[in-house]
Design a protein around this ligand. Structure first.
Ligand code: ARG
Length: 460
């Protein structure tokens, strides 16, 4: 019979047992569950609710369970209802009746709320660590490509010249914001729900400040109903992770494009690409595609959590057991993606000559041509129109702005002199974009330095 079977006269139907059980996905919280129980027992003893010897016996018993679960000497029973019941049951088998005293002044509702917070607090730090590693890698690659001219795009049309370093730093800054978002979500996990009881607190003289301190929380949650029924922190973390995935997916999309014969801007290392079972020539960017694909699944996890919570009356409802599969899936997926992307980026080869060649086509220096006129006193709109005419002429004659003869320039505007060719050389165009945040090597170096300062501060 179940531990809670006091008022029941029948065994639970085996189908209900399987349906109801969460052990398959909450067993991973065993360390957090045991840590919470130890702190709870010690607080009970300090408050005179539990005898000191009993608390010691409980803590020692829990310690042996922890050791055995870690070493594999004790296996989680797949028929148990959940990790909380399993640990308590083993404890009682090991230390006898004293084990039955552990659950005094506690409910599984505040217990599970505690375990998830403890668990996600740790996972958030791991995600931050992986985000910092990828940011660092992108920054390193950017530094190697400060002078690697490539076309910058809008609408996936060649737009203006940038460098590969500048492009990579854009992702570094996205990931830096992600670090902030994950840390911010983790901040809301810093309140201890334990002591909320099932929903209405307890009549025992518990000391929630003590448990909060022992488990590294800032303070206890302020309201017991909210304490047991809040899953905002799961939703916030899933939201932050979804944004991370969105960023990784955009980068993946670019990697897929850059690997194609149409671009050929990069070559993935053989260890980070895969072949085709039929087409011998293929080298596919499967990793990037999978990251892009898994993004949808993480969005699904976020939607699962939001939808699960939207109709729930206070306080705990069993629906909330569904939180774990969704948030753990989001956490595991983002960790997997981050730890595969970093070495993939590290090992890829940048095909600088191809980037440079692509930059030479597509009139990406047209703005610079217009700016040339503007700097010599022509109003920008007139300069824009004049340059547009020159681009049309080049297309008609199969030329580029670099190869268009000076007399054609001068027919369009007498302001053009021989120095136009220097003004529109791609190197000049990139180097001249020294505005803060821009692609010139010195401007990108500033971006790199700022990110490095951020990385040092965040690596606590
Ligand atoms: N396995 C449950 C969960 O994950 C634990 C809490 C159960 N509480 C209850 N009153 N049935 O949510």
């Amino acid at each position: 019979m179940k531990m809670w079977a006091g008022r029941f006269s029948k065994e639970v139907d085996s189908r209900v047992n399987d349906f109801n059980s969460s052990i398959r996905f909450d067993a991973r919280m065993f360390e957090q569950d045991i840590a919470g129980s130890m702190a709870h027992a010690q607080m009970l003893a300090a408050q005179g609710i539990l005898a000191k010897e009993d608390a010691d016996k409980i803590v020692d018993g829990l310690d042996t369970i922890l050791t055995d679960l870690k070493s594999g000497a004790l296996a989680v029973d797949p028929n148990a209802e959940d990790i909380h019941m399993f640990v308590e049951q083993v404890l009682t088998e090991r230390i006898g009746v004293t084990g039955k005293r552990l659950h005094t002044a506690r409910s599984r509702n505040d217990q599970v709320a505690l375990d998830i917070r403890l668990c996600l607090r740790e996972e958030s730090e791991k995600i931050v660590g992986l985000l910092l590693e990828l940011t660092e890698e992108l920054t390193r690659k950017a530094e190697e490509n400060l002078e690697t001219v490539m076309p910058g795009y809008t609408h996936l049309q060649r737009a203006q010249p940038i460098t590969f370093g500048h492009h990579l730093m854009a992702y570094a800054y996205m990931l830096a914001r992600d670090v902030g978002r994950v840390r911010d979500a983790a901040k809301r996990m810093e309140e201890l729900p334990l002591g909320s009881g099932a929903l209405a607190g307890t009549t025992y003289p518990i000391d929630r400040q003590m448990t909060a301190k022992a488990l590294g929380f800032l303070r206890p949650t302020a309201n017991s109903l909210d304490g047991v029924s809040d899953r905002d922190f799961c939703i916030e973390l899933a939201g932050a992770i979804s944004t991370v995935m969105m960023h990784l997916s955009r980068l993946s999309e670019e990697i897929v494009l850059w690997c194609s014969w149409e671009f050929k801007f990069i070559e993935l290392d053989d260890a980070f690409a895969t072949g085709s079972s039929i087409m011998p020539q293929k080298k596919n960017p499967d990793v990037a595609e999978l990251v892009r694909g898994k993004t949808g699944r993480v969005y699904g996890d976020l939607m699962t959590l939001l939808t699960m919570m939207k109709g729930l009356p206070l306080a705990y409802n069993k629906d909330m057991q569904e939180d774990k599969e969704a948030i753990f899936d989001a956490v595991d997926t983002v960790k997997l993606c981050l730890s595969t992307m970093t070495p993939m980026i590290h090992t890829m080869t940048v095909l600088k000559a191809n980037m440079r060649a692509a930059a030479a086509k597509g009139f990406i220096n047209a703005t610079d041509c217009a700016d040339y006129l503007t700097k010599k006193g022509v109003a920008f709109r007139d300069a824009y129109k004049c340059t547009g005419g020159l681009v049309a002429l080049c297309i008609q004659k199969g030329l580029t702005l670099e190869t268009l003869p000076l007399e054609e320039y001068q027919k369009a505007s007498p302001v053009f002199q021989n120095d136009i060719y220097d003004a529109i050389s791609l190197e000049t165009c990139v180097k001249g974009r020294t505005s803060e945040g821009g692609p010139s090597p010195e401007a990108v170096r500033v971006q790199i330095e700022k990110i490095r300062t951020f990385l040092t501060a965040e690596k606590r």
